[in-house]
Design a protein around this ligand. Structure first.
Ligand code: ISL
Length: 571
């Protein structure tokens, strides 16, 4: 039978430091701000805080460009503040997980500054350098045609050495060379530095990109009109990935630390299990991207794709049943700092539906098998940026570069409108607006105009108005975490059964542990949904939770109201 390590019972609250709480009136969130909100986090009922990068950084990519792994970004605070944060969390029985960004560093990191200064630098091989390719007319070309996640080539030319360096993300984020044992040792030292300081684990950024195909072959030309092509198959889940993960996993086990890897482009559970199977001693769990990629068109990230509820069911069923049967573990999420707000994207943020829709998604996500990740503001039902916000409101280099490239390539007004609408739905900026604490100026996030505008709806949608309201989205999330604790056998360790694979309005699943059974019913529709409870579930029982709050028993034929969610414990 499966083991019961502590982290299987742990749920996570993700904090984006720039947008959580500003304590010193500079318009940017900071660590003392986080410390001032620890009771709020504790009361929600989570066990772990995952803090996005707070290290020293020039902030080209919001801290995912680290210039010193052992120091803190000055606007966020100091190492002493981190120590206070760790203490404050531990006093409340909470743990701290930090973001480990080691696919790349900042170009302002000492290693890179030295590496680019001379081919003889002892740090040269910390990064990936290649000679130019010479084109048909003798012109200098990048070593291959790979497209960067943030647009343009993944190669940046260095005049002085006549070589290019690799950067899968921005040119200010040079990729580390994991083939170099010294790089591996440096990363291990960084991990120990933080674990020794009292940190309880890591979220490993873009970690399945660290092992590259050393031939660096050209990518197939999928888009003939584009200069650069998607080379992901040559650097995702590469040949030495597991070896590198075991190297880090060994240290994590030494400290009984938590680990979750971010692994986009990983859709085969037979491969993922090689990372999360306990006996392999790599990572506890990974973020797979199938749900958040569901509405992305093959044409490009910010082109829309219509999805059906049956697709979502297939994805959920696949991961839930596979991990249960193979003793793996899922990381459950609908939001993070790279995604649009879930209520707007997967349900509805129309005023008449928003609260029910947010609670329905909490039910859908929060009662599955796995560790639940809630992103700051999700517990309040925070929504996407309004349509009235134009492109000039965007701050993220990813969305800006995507849009600018389209404009520069002469895209039609029609295409631009499609992309703008899709950015409004999915772009990363949606998740980065300031937390809405109360109805005072700047939503109580700051005393001055914040680095990014506060959403227009903060007077109605904020923490103060929800914390003591038993019918709020926040209180509902708290009930979800209460349920997971009170019925741990079922919700943490129980099996998962998809109840209806075909209905396009209603998603229902059963959790079961020995004789105990719970039926979860969620409607993803803004219309009434007529649904027949399958025979074997029509029996007496008790309603554990319902988002409309007025359901008393389970009938055979039910008419679910818009975005209704009901949780039954069956006798
Ligand atoms: O690999 C992907 C898809 O297959 C990407 O989605 C990738 O996983 C993702 O873009 C990585 O995001 C993370 O690293 C970035 C940073 O900008 C994001 O905020 C972070 O979450 C670079 O560090």
């Amino acid at each position: 039978s499966a083991k019961r390590p502590w982290w299987k019972e742990a749920n996570v609250y993700q904090i984006y430091p720039a947008s959580f709480k500003d304590s010193n009136g500079d318009g940017v969130g900071d660590i003392p701000g986080i410390i001032s909100k620890l009771d709020y986090i504790k009361d929600l009922g989570v066990d772990i805080v995952w803090l996005c990068p707070c290290y020293k950084s020039p902030q080209v990519d919001m801290g995912y460009d680290i210039s010193d792994y052992r120091d803190i970004y000055e606007k966020y605070g100091t190492l002493d503040d981190i120590d206070d944060l760790i203490r404050g969390l531990h006093e409340r029985g909470l743990k701290l997980v930090m973001d480990l960004v080691v696919n790349h560093t900042s170009d302002q990191h000492e290693w890179f500054k030295s590496a680019i200064s001379s081919k003889d630098s002892p740090y040269r091989d910390y990064y990936v350098w290649k000679k130019p390719k010479i084109g048909p007319n003798g012109e200098r070309l990048p070593p291959n045609n790979w497209l960067s996640y943030f647009r343009g080539s993944v190669w940046e030319y260095d005049e002085a050495s006549d070589e290019y360096y690799l950067h899968l993300f921005a040119k200010e984020q040079p990729d580390l060379n994991w083939e170099n044992p010294k790089v591996q040792a440096e990363v291990h030292d960084v991990i120990r530095f933080w674990l020794d300081r009292g940190v309880d684990g890591f979220r490993l950024d873009a970690i399945n990109l660290i092992s590259k195909d050393l031939d660096f072959p050209d990518a197939a030309v999928a888009n003939p009109s584009a200069k650069y092509q998607d080379g992901a198959i040559y650097y995702t889940n590469g040949p030495r990935l597991h070896e590198h993960l075991r190297g880090m996993g060994k240290i994590f086990r030494e400290y009984d630390a938590f680990s979750v890897g971010e692994m986009g482009g990983f859709t085969d559970p037979n491969e993922v299990i090689k990372v999360v199977a306990e006996e392999r001693e790599e990572l506890n769990m990974i973020f797979q991207f199938e749900i958040v990629d569901m509405d992305i068109s093959p044409v490009g990230r910010y082109f829309p794709r219509k999805w059906k509820l049956s697709e979502l069911k297939r994805i959920v069923n696949k991961w839930e049943t596979y991990m249960y049967e193979h003793h793996g573990w899922n990381a459950l999420y609908l939001e993070n700092h790279d995604q649009g707000r879930s209520v707007s994207r997967f349900a509805s943020d129309k005023p008449e539906f928003r609260a029910h829709a947010a609670k329905m998604l909490a039910t859908f996500l929060g009662l599955q098998s796995g560790s639940v990740f809630v992103y700051e503001g999700q517990e309040l039902g925070m929504a996407n940026m309004p349509k009235s916000w134009g492109i000039d409101k965007l701050k993220d280099l990813e969305s800006i570069n995507f849009y600018t490239e389209l404009v520069e390539s002469g895209a039609s007004e029609e295409v631009l409108q499609v992309v703008l609408a899709d950015l409004q739905k999915k772009c990363r900026d949606n998740a980065r607006t300031p937390m809405q604490w109360d109805s005072t100026a700047f939503a109580g996030f700051s005393t001055v105009q914040p680095w990014m505008d506060v959403m227009d709806d903060y007077k109605e949608w904020n923490a103060v108005s929800q914390v003591d309201d038993p019918s709020s989205v926040y209180s509902y999330w708290r009930s979800i975490f209460d349920l997971r604790r009170a019925h741990k056998d079922i919700f943490v360790y129980g099996s998962f059964n998809l109840v209806d694979a075909v209905d396009e309005q209603v998603l229902s699943y059963e959790r079961r542990y020995e004789g105990k059974r719970v039926l979860v019913i969620t409607s993803f529709s803004e219309l009434e949904a007529l649904w027949t409870v399958p025979e074997e579930y029509v029996r007496s029982g008790k309603v554990l939770l319902s988002n409309y709050g007025d359901v008393e028993n389970l009938k055979k034929d039910i008419a679910l109201r818009p975005f209704e969610a009901i949780v039954y414990l069956l006798d």
